[in-house]
Design a protein. Structure first.
Length: 240
């Protein structure tokens, strides 16, 4: 598995250098992903299609859908991206499979809780999966529960790579940030949050709880990350 993650990291690094900056221009609302009836998956290959998923759920993008990346995507210069599944009661309960593709230059500036590529993933009764995607040169900020891939993770995140910067702003009493997810959850239901075999090389900062993979494990959760060479994790709590 570690060889698989290292392979993704190497491929992702190559994608970062090969994708031209500003290669795509996304529209304000984006365009729905393409539904493949043969596979039952929603295919994403452009910034417009990824942008369409951001914020509240819309027609052609169900929150329990199975999504796959079919190409590397350059989000450099795309403004206004909000976390996918940005509300707890409308969290993501499907599958997001990167198929070893990279998303470059994603910028999420969300002065609310649950910030990341995804806001809230899974819940104590419904499983969700994010796997085999590289999020390269990302910049993610939020009010609380901030992670590059998920603000809060009740689901399973495996085989992912993150580089860039993740920052929790000093705007609330729950300042958590992590390279993969801000908060890794376990509740009273049958579902336990998992992060496994991921690679993080990012600046992660928060006023209190910050971690290379998860800012905090709330109630438990399963954490088994392959590699975590995080560059810096400033924390007021650590300094006390």
């Amino acid at each position: 598995m570690k060889k698989r993650i290292l392979s993704l990291a190497l491929s992702a690094a190559m994608a970062l250098t090969m994708l031209p900056t500003g290669a795509f221009a996304a529209s304000d609302k984006g365009k729905p992903p393409v539904y493949n009836k043969a596979t039952g998956c929603y295919e994403i290959s452009t910034p417009d299609q990824l942008l369409y998923l951001s914020g509240s759920w819309r027609d052609g993008a169900p929150r329990d859908g199975h999504y796959v990346l079919t190409a590397d995507i350059d989000m450099t210069g795309v403004k206004g991206f909000k976390p996918i599944a940005s509300k707890k009661d409308q969290g993501f309960t499907g599958t997001f499979d990167g198929q070893f593709h990279a998303i470059k230059g994603l910028r999420v500036e969300y002065e609310k809780k649950y910030a990341g590529l995804f806001g809230y993933v899974g819940n104590q009764d419904d499983q969700a999966y994010i796997k085999d995607v590289a999020l390269l040169d990302c910049y993610v900020t939020g009010q609380q529960n901030v992670g590059a891939l998920a603000g809060v993770n009740y689901g399973t995140i495996t085989g992912c790579v993150v580089t860039g910067e993740v920052k929790c702003l000093d705007l609330s009493n729950s300042h958590t940030a992590g390279g993969i997810c801000g908060k890794l959850k376990e509740g009273e239901g049958p579902i336990v949050g998992h992060v496994e075999d991921c690679y993080v090389n990012a600046d992660v900062s928060a006023p209190y709880d910050a971690g290379g993979v998860a800012g905090i494990q709330d109630g438990g959760g399963y954490l088994h990350a392959a590699l975590q060479p995080v560059r810096s994790i400033p924390s007021q709590r650590a300094a006390r």
